[in-house]
Design a protein around this ligand. Structure first.
Ligand code: NDP
Ligand code: MG
Length: 391
């Protein structure tokens, strides 16, 4: 029986993880869970899974949840310290890091330092803390399993997985991208798109923030950086391949010309189940892949003119240090502003570029430097937005 701490239980990844846990009650149990403000959703989770500890974002939401679930023997807690504490709980075997955004960094690090097996969906934590994150993984000898479908696919297509062996045989990583809902749209057409349009991903059903990131290609930019940290590569070793059907989840090209890929229907339950049981596999209720129905797989070059975020991510990697935390923070602020209809869709990349090119970038020598860069960049992004000084 594997005891799971599910950070971000009320989200899209949270829901898919709960589906796998519910499907295999003799293999997994939900030991701890967290949400930010979704009280009703968390009350349902508490009724179905009775975790031992549950953490909410504020005292108020914790109290509301405790009232709704007063008949259940659960410890209801709140705040950052409690979040770190459940990730490090001595009963927990595996931590699913599925909080949205930079807020996931500290609890994920707490899980690493407590030597839990880490299932990483929260790409922003690795993108922002980078080397520091990977150094902690090595120092605490932690098994880090990528849940992001592309990185999970690369992991499955590598011979010796994450320990670095045989990587000299790897020529390139081919990171696939659906292209998002505006793949074929002109810049003019994208000018006035609404949050509702941008959230409608053609293939995947996901949380709001990552859906917008998929539409701007910032998600692929974050994933490019994520792949570089996870697999010890640089952007020159990673080709982004637009593949609108989202059936090939990514590929590894080897020095002998072989290309190995992982395929499947676009359903996050596949990488989640693989992470939970690796090196074994377990059944999911995902439908069989029907290649006759799919009939065609297409591939295109990404268009960096229409989707500059992908270029910005690569720039941030080569700038190094806090540049990736700066870019991520600007993007989190810009996406929230777009969702609140304060800025237009195309302004997101403009805010990101403005902040990345104006912020001071320093070496990451501690977690404080990452948090300072994040705070500085958020303030700068808010300032840029409120003054309309995008470029
Ligand atoms: P959702 O928005 O659906 O869910 C986010 C979860 O995080 C919710 O439980 C939410 O709680 C919680 N949360 C939000 N803000 C905070 C905060 N400040 N502090 C603590 N908890 C918070 O996101 P997704 O499930 O789509 O994505 C989660 C992560 O997984 C992201 O990093 C994303 O990039 C990554 N990912 C997601 C994929 C997907 O298919 N969805 C695919 C690959 C990666 P509440 O409900 O109370 O707000
Ligand atoms: Mg992905």
């Amino acid at each position: 029986m594997q005891k799971i701490c599910l950070l971000g239980a009320t989200g899209s990844i949270g829901q898919s993880t709960l589906d796998i846990i519910a499907q295999h009650p003799n293999k997994f149990s939900l030991e701890c869970a967290s949400a930010h403000s979704s009280v009703e959703k968390m009350a349902d989770i508490c009724r179905r899974f009775t975790p031992r500890r549950v953490v909410m974002g504020s005292e108020k939401t914790r109290d509301q949840l405790a009232v709704l679930c007063s008949d259940l023997a659960i410890s209801f807690e709140w705040g950052e310290a409690a979040l770190e504490s459940i990730a490090a709980d001595s009963n927990v075997d595996q931590v699913m890091a599925a909080i949205m955004g930079f807020a996931g960094l500290k609890p994920t690090l707490a899980g690493i330092r407590a030597q839990k097996r880490i299932l990483l969906a929260n790409k922003e934590s690795l993108v922002t803390a980078g080397k520091l994150f990977m150094d902690e993984v090595a120092k605490y000898n932690v098994t880090l399993l990528p849940i992001d479908s592309e990185h999970n696919a690369i992991f499955q297509s590598l011979p010796q997985n994450l320990d670095g062996a045989h990587t000299q045989d790897v020529r390139k990583l081919l990171l696939t991208a659906s292209g998002g809902p505006f793949r074929t749209w002109s810049v003019g057409d994208m000018q006035n798109v609404t949050p509702e349009q941008a959230c409608k991903h053609p293939n995947w059903s996901m949380g709001q923030k990552i859906s917008i990131d998929s539409a701007t290609l910032m998600n692929k930019g974050l994933e490019l950086i994520e792949a570089c940290w996870l697999f010890n590569m640089s952007p020159a070793d990673v080709s982004v391949v637009v593949h609108p059907e989202s059936i090939i989840h990514s590929m590894v090209a080897y020095c002998d010309g072989s290309v190995i890929s992982q395929m499947g229907n676009p359903d996050m339950k596949i990488p989640i189940a693989y992470g939970l049981t690796w090196p074994e596999r377990i059944s999911t209720q995902v439908a069989d892949l029907n290649l006759f129905e799919i009939a065609q797989l297409n591939f295109e070059q990404p268009d960096l003119q229409r989707f500059p975020n992908l270029r910005l991510a690569s720039d941030a990697w080569y700038m190094g240090g806090t540049a990736m935390a700066v870019l991520n923070a600007a993007n989190e602020v810009a996406v929230a502003a777009f969702l609140n209809k304060q800025i237009g869709f195309l302004d997101i990349a403009q805010v990101n570029e403005k902040v990345l090119t104006s912020a001071e970038v320093v070496a990451v020598d501690s977690l404080e430097t990452v948090f300072d860069a994040d705070l500085y960049s958020r303030n700068l992004a808010r300032d840029v937005i409120s003054h309309g000084h995008f470029l």
